[in-house]
Design a protein around this ligand. Sequence first.
Ligand code: HEC
Ligand code: HEC
Ligand code: HEC
Ligand code: HEC
Ligand code: HEC
Ligand code: HEC
Ligand code: HEC
Ligand code: HEC
Ligand code: HEC
Length: 601
Amino acid sequence: MRALAAPCENCLRQHNRRLMNSNRPLWTTRMLLVTLAMAFGAVPSESVNAQSVPHLTILQPGGMPGSPVMTGVGRVTNGVSVTWDGPPGAYQLFQKRSLKDASWQAVGAASLLRQATITSLTSNAFFRVSGPTPQYAGAATCAECHAEVLNTVVHTAHFGAFSNAVFVAKGGQTNSSCLPCHTVGYHLPTGFANQSATPQLAGVQCENCHGPAANHAANPIDPTAIPRVEVAATLCGGCHNTQFVPALAASYHPPYYEEWNASPHQSVLAELKADFAGSSGTSVFIPTCGRCHSGTVREAFLEDTPLPNAQEASAVGIACATCHDAHQVNVFTNVLSGVITNPVTGGVVVSNGPVGGTYTTQLRNPLSSVLDYHVTGDFTTNYNPAINVCAQCHNDRGPSYKDTSRPPHNSPQYNMLIGTTGVLDPNNPDVPHFQPGSHALFITNQCVGCHMQTAPSAGPNQPPTAGHHFQIDNNYSVCASCHGSAANASNTVVFVQGLISGQIQTVQASLVNWATNKAPAILGTADYGTRAWEYTTPGELSPGGPGPNTAQQGLIPLNIKMARFNLYLVFHDASFGVHNPLYSLALLNTAQSMVETELKK
Ligand code: HEC
Ligand code: HEC
Ligand code: HEC
Ligand code: HEC
Ligand code: HEC
Ligand code: HEC
Ligand code: HEC
Ligand code: HEC
Ligand code: HEC
């Protein structure tokens, strides 16, 4: 999916020639000294990871910084680690051993990394780093070789960020506190100055996200000038926040970054980081778990680039660019408008109004879908871009009642919402079904409709709510349109969650009853006690030790296997019935009757 315009091979050759005809050294003449000295003794000796990850570590209004910024000096086992961040390019670190030192001494060689470890130390060293002078070009310059990307980027709201009528009306075009995020490289050498001098740098463009790229455009094979490609949320977060926006404009700048940063998507789970690290680069954990648990792994799959190593796989959570398409707006069909048919039987399920047939959004995937979906096997053959953006990961991963090693994963929300997973008919457990509730069919943006509640600013200087916590806002106002009032919705949640929790306990108690009174004889062992109905690695309902081993799993009756499967699907859905109330109840009732059949034997 790497998009380079076809004639680029030619232009590359031309640039090659241009390069060979010039006797200008590659980058040294472009060096700009940026003095950011730091006294080592005065900095708390926090430990910095010597192999720091090359992702953007700082939030900078404007996105990718145009010049280097020191980010840390700290002790590591073999010396001191100095880190900085900045645009693509080669950097040179310099040190002064004391204030009296007359000159700065270069430390080590120039390098593309934004980190250096110094082993020969004096106690009060000062550091500064020099990097390339920012050279901004403007998006038109990229057209020669990246026409395909440019053609989509020009249709995003980013390009119009300077000419936006509201921005103009608010006086943004001439207000220096607004320009860093609405233009390219504001206030830096070669960056945006004003509308008449630098019209080509108005709006948010390529170089806000990739850093100054004129040197790269002039010489694309120069490895020191290759623009950065950043998927971490710090890139978008530099602009999509409230913290760097003047207070008077806060009421129309939603805190996307701040909310996301406090959300469960912010980072990779510690348990997964350990899984990634505990194995080599070809680890099964990286491709199988990383596709849903890591922003960099998912990006590699989507862009068809090599899978990252363990450290990279752990570096970025579910970030902005994981869900959003940084380069384009996509047009989607609202599958919940018009007639919805049952994909299993072909029959009409419901006829919604034809409103909102299509919509555009800067997302990689649509907001709703009704086709069953499970992530399994090879990513590229099984990826379906037409599935609901949340369901890309919040799906059941294709488990079966026949599984014996562990319960279905914690993520079956989508399949529960549309009522396709689990056993409804013990005599025909493999017959597919489709039993969506009203929440799947009438909420036109499905998961997003409940989990990403937005709200306008509550008053002057107050930021709006961006909906990027992803958690249900327990004021329930988003439910009021259908449930009459927020209080009504709240009451039904209490009622339904109580009912479903109670039924979960009932089914579990029956399974324990079976384990205690029926299982030992069948399994030939009393080792497992109340866990005799469980998977080999039991789920959270049965803490305390393992369940029957692989061979013994063969002795567990099918009814018990189907019952525990249903039980864990409802339990791991974690909405306790809200996603699909009647369906959740049906799964649990079926489970209960299957256990009762075994108890009667
Ligand atoms: C003369 C041709 C040319 C022009 C002009 C050009 N590029 Fe490139 N660009 C390339 C080539 C070739 C590569 C692939 C380099 C590589 O991967 O080694 C590339 C790669 C990139 C990458 C991806 C780097 C990566 O790691 O995958 C970005 C981002 C990029 N260019 C941005 C820009 C921007 C922004 C502009 C305009 C300011 C621009 N380019 C202008 C030829 C060009
Ligand atoms: C240089 C600052 C800057 C950076 C960096 C930036 N954005 Fe934006 N973004 C803006 C501005 C300003 C707008 C509003 C443009 C307008 O409507 O006039 C915007 C608009 C958007 C919109 C459309 C909003 C709408 O109402 O249609 C989306 C989606 C978006 N950005 C996502 C992202 C993502 C994802 C990233 C990171 C990959 C990102 N942005 C990086 C400044 C930025
Ligand atoms: C820290 C970066 C930043 C600064 C500083 C900033 N903006 Fe924005 N602005 C954004 C982003 C990001 C968006 C897109 C927000 C969204 O999704 O609606 C935006 C959107 C806007 C919009 C479009 C809102 C809409 O609903 O269409 C206007 C108008 C605007 N900004 C005006 C201003 C003005 C005026 C200032 C200075 C007083 C300013 N901005 C300063 C980042 C910034
Ligand atoms: C809002 C931020 C943003 C803007 C604006 C932007 N990019 Fe990107 N770009 C990204 C992100 C994030 C990625 C990596 C994820 C992806 O490919 O979606 C990327 C990836 C790339 C790549 C490498 C792989 C690919 O997808 O082709 C190239 C080349 C590139 N961008 C060039 C450009 C050019 C040229 C422009 C301007 C015409 C541009 N980008 C504008 C954020 C941006
Ligand atoms: C289809 C996407 C997907 C795949 C593949 C996936 N997961 Fe998950 N996983 C999720 C989602 C989504 C959640 C969060 C669900 C929730 O908390 O309700 C989650 C939650 C978890 C949790 C936290 C459970 C808890 O108690 O909060 C762990 C641990 C976990 N996954 C481990 C793994 C491992 C190990 C793998 C690979 C063997 C893996 N996952 C593969 C989507 C996936
Ligand atoms: C888990 C997926 C996900 C992640 C992660 C995510 N978003 Fe969103 N974002 C969405 C969805 C879904 C919408 C609603 C889009 C719609 O209704 O068209 C949205 C809406 C937006 C909008 C308003 C767009 C519009 O068209 O009105 C902006 C701006 C935005 N997100 C920026 C960000 C930024 C910045 C980050 C990272 C800090 C981020 N998002 C992270 C899924 C995500
Ligand atoms: C790329 C995969 C991915 C996508 C897309 C995604 N999620 Fe998640 N989500 C996860 C993972 C993995 C976790 C578990 C992370 C953790 O617990 O730290 C999670 C956790 C959550 C949680 C918290 C669960 C808990 O037990 O606390 C909620 C709520 C959630 N996601 C909602 C959403 C919504 C709504 C969307 C769509 C807008 C969405 N997610 C899109 C992967 C994803
Ligand atoms: C009718 C509104 C609604 C819809 C639609 C909806 N949810 Fe939920 N969801 C809830 C409620 C309410 C809870 C329970 C929250 C609680 O008890 O704190 C919940 C719980 C969850 C949880 C567990 C959160 C936690 O904190 O443990 C996840 C994950 C989740 N939903 C993801 C999704 C996904 C993914 C979709 C779409 C496939 C979706 N939801 C659709 C209302 C909804
Ligand atoms: C588009 C309309 C709509 C929205 C929005 C909506 N619901 Fe519902 N909800 C319904 C309908 C209709 C039912 C009846 C049961 C069914 O058909 O699945 C229902 C059923 C329920 C039930 C089961 C109890 C009962 O009365 O049957 C709960 C609990 C519930 N909704 C909670 C919520 C919560 C919480 C939200 C907001 C986070 C919400 N709903 C948003 C339409 C909606």
